[in-house]
Design a protein around this ligand. Structure first.
Ligand SMILES: Nc1ncnc2c1ncn2[C@@H]1O[C@H](COP(=O)(O)OP(=O)(O)OP(=O)(O)O)[C@@H](O)[C@H]1O
Ligand code: SF4
Ligand SMILES: [Mg+2]
Length: 385
């Protein structure tokens, strides 16, 4: 059964400089109790994608559908959407202060939210429920701390309070948008543990937006890698870490500062994401791709299955067998490059290498950091087990 079914979602913003194509043809499903990790660099459309589902992108041109519990969210009136937001789907933002009012006590804010959605709940019962929620998210002495103002809480405690607020109405889906980015590593780990535990206890589905594959390794069941407003790769988590197909996913893995990869072998992705007003031709990743070949410059690959299960999808022209971090997979990628890279693609590849400050190889593509990648993946998967 699917809780949320998004199909061919497109979101554009008309601006004075041109149309910003923030999300292009994105489809995905979220099942009850599952976690979808949405990962990608800054500006890849992660926030716009989820805000659009909640009617929070005013001025945007939106097409496609987003069916949640049988209703297309994109067709709801503002009034109907207000009932979905908070009650059925709630959001946790990176900065809790965008959601917590600085001038009201935390307990009061939670209990008022409960009462705003259900007038039949008495003030006393709502206040008691707020204290219970604060206890559930690990706030010590919740009876007393419920009377604190947000500034009296530490960053980690504020994020816990946000989670309490997000859970208050027992939503079926929580969207967490970079919820731990502003926190130090220890607090980040505690908050992720908390989310995971609560999700398992309550059976809530979760969309976790992050630029950090480490967070995805800790928490996700399925992963969607976004690049320039599109899904570059979609797969169950293990396949993303052990058998990435899209060179962008591989690049993200190689740039994880894991202990082994950081031992001099860390390999950043050259260049930066493209302008969403003037997108490159063909595959939108081609100016940064170490495997770019001629077809990539002119035709944009659609997301298609690259494994027999049908659950692993990639939007890349490399053959399906070129998935993974093994020497064989790297060899296959290099064979394709050798056979199909002409002068134009060679020039693009050389420019990317020059950007990295690395002397371009004769054929202009990368030198296969399979080992470093495997260790990055292994380290990250290690933290899941
Ligand atoms: N209201 C708007 N008008 C014009 N462009 C917008 C608007 N909102 C977002 N964008 C653009 O849409 C693109 C995608 O933005 P989005 O915030 O979804 O990225 P993101 O993946 O969440 O990035 P980050 O990791 O930095 O949060 C960006 O180029 C952004 O500038
Ligand atoms: S190999 Fe081609 S299609 Fe695949 S990511 Fe690189 S540029 Fe895009
Ligand atoms: Mg964002």
């Amino acid at each position: 059964m699917t809780l949320l079914e998004v199909r061919d979602l497109n979101v554009s913003f008309p601006t004075a400089d041109g149309v910003v194509r923030a999300v292009r043809g994105v489809s995905f499903d979220v099942a009850p109790g599952r976690t979808l990790g949405v990962v990608g660099e800054s500006g890849s459309g992660k926030t716009v994608l989820t805000q659009t589902l909640l009617g929070l992108t005013p001025g945007a041109e939106v097409t496609g559908s987003a069916v949640f519990e049988g209703t297309d969210l994109l067709e709801l009136s503002d009034d109907e959407m207000r009932h979905v937001r908070g009650e059925r789907i709630s959001v946790i933002f990176q900065d809790p202060l965008t959601s917590l009012h600085p001038l009201y006590k935390i307990g009061w804010q939670i209990s008022e939210m409960i009462r705003a959605h259900d007038k039949s709940v008495s003030r006393k019962d709502a206040a008691a429920r707020a204290v219970d929620l604060l206890r559930m998210v690990g706030i010590p002495k919740p009876e007393t701390r419920a009377n604190d103002y947000p500034h009296q809480f530490s960053g980690g405690m504020r994020q816990r309070a946000m989670i309490a607020m997000a859970l208050a109405l027992q939503p079926r889906l929580i969207i967490a948008d970079e919820p731990t980015t502003a926190l130090d590593a220890t607090v980040q780990a505690q908050i992720l543990d908390l989310l995971l535990r609560l999700q398992q206890e309550l059976g809530t589905a979760l969309i976790m937006i992050t630029h950090d594959l480490g967070v995805v390794a800790d928490i996700a069941d399925d992963v969607m890698v976004m690049y320039a407003g599109r899904a570059a790769e979609k797969a169950p988590k293990r396949e993303v870490f052990y058998a990435p197909h899209h060179p962008y996913t591989k690049g993200l893995l190689e740039s994880i500062p894991s202990s082994k990869a950081a031992g001099g072998r860390l390999k950043p992705i050259p260049g930066s994401p493209p302008s969403l007003i003037n997108l490159p031709s063909g595959c939108k990743f081609h100016p940064r791709c170490g495997y770019v070949f001629d077809k990539c410059l002119v035709e944009e690959p659609a997301l298609h299955p690259v494994a027999e299960s049908g659950a692993h999808l990639s939007a890349c022209w490399l053959p399906a067998a070129a998935a993974g971090l093994s020497a064989e997979a790297e060899e296959l990628r290099e064979e394709v490059v050798a056979a199909e890279r002409g002068a134009d693609a060679a020039e693009v590849a050389a420019a990317a290498q020059a950007e990295l400050g690395i002397a371009a190889h004769e054929d202009g593509h990368g030198d296969g950091h399979g080992d470093a990648t495997s260790s990055a993946a292994a380290d990250n998967e290690g933290s899941v087990a």
